[in-house]
Design a protein around this ligand. Structure first.
Ligand code: GAR
Length: 189
């Protein structure tokens, strides 16, 4: 069974979907965050270990990155999933887990990278957007795409409504992608 560490910053509905979907292919062994995020409640209720590493508790980004790599490594994951983690992962995390870090993003990359993907898609007036699950590299939402799903932009959509519809599709996409990664490679790179 592949061991998965999930990272989040917010509501954690994607993490909750992973927790609900754990099965023979993968198991979530810990959940980390960069703040006391609401999304930590679900794993804590299940008795899973959680860790919180705010950037401001570290003298600089480099030492935060090393602390994050160490915290993740303590749980010996086969895969690290960034599921609504709103910080760019640094070189220490990537050096340790590179090729085994998956991110999910609420747009059809390479369109609309960054922290405001849904707002940016609405502002651009696209009729279709969606979600992307990809491997993380050192860039901002630039790693190799593993899977995508499209979601239509509806007349009168605002950022909240559109993002909620994207997240419904995104949860399935993330779970399915992780199942196929962990079943085909048995969790070992
Ligand atoms: C998801 O849509 C995820 O793709 C996005 O945050 C949301 C988290 O939802 N991530 C990014 O925008 C990263 N650039 P959740 O807290 O309900 O799981």
């Amino acid at each position: 069974v592949a061991r998965v560490v999930v990272l989040l910053s917010g509501t954690g509905s994607l993490c909750a979907a992973l927790l609900a979907a754990q099965q023979t292919a993968f198991t979530v062994v810990a959940v980390g965050a960069d703040r006391e995020a609401p999304g930590l409640a679900a794993p804590r209720e299940l008795g899973l270990p959680t860790f919180v590493l705010p950037l401001r508790d570290h003298p600089d980004r480099g030492s935060w990155d090393v602390a994050l790599a160490t915290a993740i490594a303590a749980h010996e994951p086969d895969w690290v999933v960034s599921a609504g983690f709103m910080k760019l992962l640094g070189p220490a995390v990537l050096a340790r887990f590179g090729g085994r870090v998956v991110n999910t993003h609420p747009a059809l990359l390479p369109a609309f990278p960054g922290a405001h993907a849904v707002r940016d898609a609405l502002a651009a007036g696209v009729r279709t957007t969606g979600a992307t699950v990809h491997l993380v590299d050192e860039g901002l939402d630039t790693g190799p795409v593993l899977a995508q799903t499209s979601v239509p932009v509806l007349p009168g959509d605002d950022e909240t409504h559109l993002h909620e519809r994207i997240k419904v599709a995104e949860r399935t996409l993330l779970v399915d992608t992780l199942v196929s990664l962990t079943s085909s490679r048995s969790g070992t790179p």
